[in-house]
Design a protein around this ligand. Structure first.
Ligand SMILES: [Zn+2]
Length: 274
């Protein structure tokens, strides 16, 4: 992908879908990238809402769970995604940031044995991460981000950082703590920011597996194994998230003919390298 005239385009120059939002301000010189979740039922719903004048909110991009990307505001124009916020000496980050919304229902509460969103949508167990938000002290459920969506976010995020020489990548929950929870603990922010900014101190720590190891779709042996599992002894992985004794990992090499494996393993079988 590339950027032509502040619009996101494919390599051959074809623009990505553009649904212009009237909720935009003056010229933007972006310094930061701000990540969000939509807390809605679908990307289509989010795009429709953010393109309505009475909603008074927008973002530059919405990324669907399948990795599809829709642009709503050109990258040289202010979008209304951050609200009251502060970061690195700036306030009101709309005027200094590009905003990306990820289709994700957000935080989840437990009703009996089921996880449900704030608007009552039931989310299957294998799409739920139980974790405590960094700005909170109680564990909750969080809707996980599919790999296709994270990959798309990584690709477009890196392009934006390069093109606009952005200084930092943050979450809405970093710039509006106490008021906002998105993108939340299910989003691998440390890894994402580290890769986009190429910061030495946030370079991922590589681990090696010390046994033939099953990779599961969730933290716990009751979750099914993912395609490509089990990993052979010595496979190199990087940790994306933690939950009790379990680690969500990104497998750094193709295994059993399978590329880009991600899933959960028990920490007992990981050995830190370097
Ligand atoms: Zn947000």
């Amino acid at each position: 992908m590339k950027i032509i005239n502040h619009r996101l385009c494919k390599d051959d120059g074809t623009p990505y879908p553009f649904v212009e939002s009237p909720n935009q301000g003056s010229k933007l010189t972006a310094e930061f990238l701000v990540m969000h979740y939509t807390a809605l039922d679908s990307a289509q719903e989010a795009i429709a809402l953010l393109a309505k004048a009475e909603h008074q909110a927008s973002a530059h991009l919405v990324i669907g769970r399948d990795g599809s990307i829709t642009q709503l505001v050109p990258f040289d124009t202010v979008a209304w995604h951050a609200g009251k916020s502060f970061w690195d000496g700036r306030t009101g980050l709309n005027n200094s940031s590009i905003g990306i919304e990820l289709d994700n229902v957000g935080w989840l509460k437990k009703q009996g044995t089921k996880w449900v969103s704030w608007f009552g949508k039931q989310i299957p167990e294998d799409e739920v991460l139980e974790a405590t938000h960094k700005n909170d002290d109680k564990p909750m459920g969080w809707h996980t981000y599919p790999e296709a969506q994270l990959k798309a976010a990584m690709e477009v995020g890196a392009l934006l950082v390069r093109t606009y020489k952005l200084k930092d990548v943050v979450g809405h929950d970093d710039i509006a703590p106490g008021r906002k929870l998105d993108p939340g603990p299910a989003f691998p922010m440390m890894n994402f920011r580290g890769r986009l900014m190429g910061r030495a101190e946030e370079q991922p720590v590589v681990h090696e597996v010390t046994a033939t190891l099953n990779v599961r779709s969730g933290p716990g042996t009751s979750n099914p194994t993912v395609p490509g599992s089990p990993l052979p002894l010595g496979t190199k992985v990087e940790i994306l998230a933690k939950q009790a004794e379990w680690r969500r990992v990104d497998v750094l090499q193709p295994v059993n003919g399978q590329m880009d494996i991600q899933g959960w393993v028990h920490q007992r079988y990981l050995k830190r390298l370097g």
